[in-house]
Design a protein around this ligand. Structure first.
Ligand SMILES: *Cc1c(COP(=O)(O)O)cnc(C)c1O
Length: 416
């Protein structure tokens, strides 16, 4: 299989080139040149998530990785449970049981194992700009891998206290930088350095990387394995549309999803597009579901390349809600079922409240990551989680950084 740019002006790449480049040279995003069909027999009777995942992913990478090698990379990366639980009339697929407690662990951990497999000689430095969950998932996923090191950039003062603790824990091969600027500054610094990689061997780990997207298809199949529905509706709390794009890929490879809901907060450019509006182009605004605060979702370009506009509007239903509705949904779900949903999952649950058909909501983060918001909604904090509580005792390592690519280049040149 080869990978092609959404903009069609770059030559094709094999999986390892697409993975290591991140962005295609013409500025587009990589997609496969064909989508392998996944027979229902691969997931209907599956009993083991890593084994099912090996069978589904192998056709995507088969020219470069033996099935046996892929199996061991997957067993190492995806070594946590992915339970489907009943919450009132809906099903919730909990994607937050990985080490940093959000679904970003799937993509980050799998991508790091693949990169480590392909990068055997000169070390590669991975840059990641983060507004919250991605940075800690990537830092955790890539630490202790001999040929890879990671520089994490986050906007000082603009991530939650728990998220900051997760970002600055000392990890081998990882450096955290608190940038005096915004998330957009962090992203611009990364992009500028990537465009001029001179002596530095650099790559990026944001959601434009195809290596993060492919593993996110797997849990859609696993939801169906556990639910044993003939078909069902899937609701995806969305921001940059990476998770939704992975679901679209799963559906194009044969998974019987009747329809998707793209559940957004007030950053509602994509829902507006779905109901006939212009393409999303607004600046992002801050909300309680901060990991979904995206004004111009980068994966929109992939969705448009996979489907026609008519197909997009038929397959995907849009939804958006305010912070008040998010808080009310946390309260309502708790009162009716005793389940505590994090603010992102709550946006998804509020989107499907009145739906009759079977419906699965992807739960993207653990509520303990957003305990301040849960306390606002419920007057009580969620059960503490050891992994987060222990952070208080761990050594940290973070440096302040001016928001310029020169400042970042200077840091990277002195890293050895
Ligand atoms: C990243 C993130 C999202 C949004 O996912 P996209 O793939 O960017 O649409 C939703 N919820 C949480 C908790 C996240 O970390």
């Amino acid at each position: 299989m080869q990978f092609v740019s959404t903009r069609g002006r770059s030559t094709t790449a094999d999986f390892s080139e697409a993975l290591i480049q991140g962005l295609a040279p013409d500025g587009g995003l990589y997609l496969p040149d064909r989508i392998p069909y996944v027979s229902p027999s691969l997931w209907k009777h599956a009993t083991d998530f890593p084994e099912m995942s090996t069978k589904i992913l192998h056709p995507w990478v088969s020219s470069l990785i033996h099935e046996e090698t892929l199996r061991s990379l997957i067993r190492d990366a995806l070594d946590f449970p992915v339970p489907l639980v009943k919450v009132g009339p809906a099903w919730v697929l909990e994607l937050f049981h990985g080490p940093t407690l959000s679904f970003k662990d799937f993509g980050a951990r799998m991508m790091s194992r693949w990169m480590n497999h392909f990068v055997q000689q000169e070390p590669l430095t991975i840059l990641v700009a983060t507004s919250g969950d991605t940075g800690s998932a990537v830092a955790d996923g890539f630490c202790n891998l001999p040929n890879l090191r990671v520089a994490v950039l986050y906007p000082k003062g603009q991530v939650s206290p728990t998220q900051e603790k997760q970002l600055i824990v000392r990890r081998d091969g990882v450096r955290a930088y608190a940038v005096h600027g915004t998330f957009d500054d962090c992203q611009a610094m990364v992009k500028q350095l990537l465009a001029s990689p001179e002596k530095l061997r650099l790559s990026a780990a944001n959601s434009i990387n195809i290596g993060r997207l492919l593993p996110q298809m797997l849990y859609y199949f696993w939801a169906f394995t556990q639910g044993q529905w003939e078909s069902t509706h899937v609701c995806v709390p969305s921001g940059n549309l990476g998770n939704l794009t992975a679901g679209v890929l799963a559906s194009l490879s044969g998974l019987p999803v009747t329809q998707f809901t793209a559940a957004h907060n007030l950053n509602d450019g994509f829902p507006r597009f779905l109901s006939g509006g212009e393409e999303p182009s607004a600046d992002s605004i801050r909300t309680l579901s901060s990991a979904m605060d995206v004004g111009r979702p980068s994966n929109f370009e992939r969705v448009k390349s996979l489907l026609t506009e008519d197909q997009i509007r038929a397959l995907i239903r849009g939804y958006s809600c305010t912070d008040e509705v998010t808080l009310a949904a946390i309260r309502q779900v708790y009162e009716e079922t005793g389940y505590i949903a994090d603010p992102h999952t709550a946006v998804g649950l509020s989107a499907v409240r009145h739906m009759q058909d079977p419906v699965v909501v992807l739960s993207t983060a653990h509520p303990a990551k957003f305990s301040e918001t849960i306390e606002d909604a419920l007057g009580q904090r969620p059960e503490p989680v050891d992994r987060l509580d222990n952070l208080d005792q761990m050594p940290t390592d973070v440096k302040p950084l001016e928001p310029t690519s020169d400042a970042l280049r200077h840091e990277l040149e002195r890293w050895d």
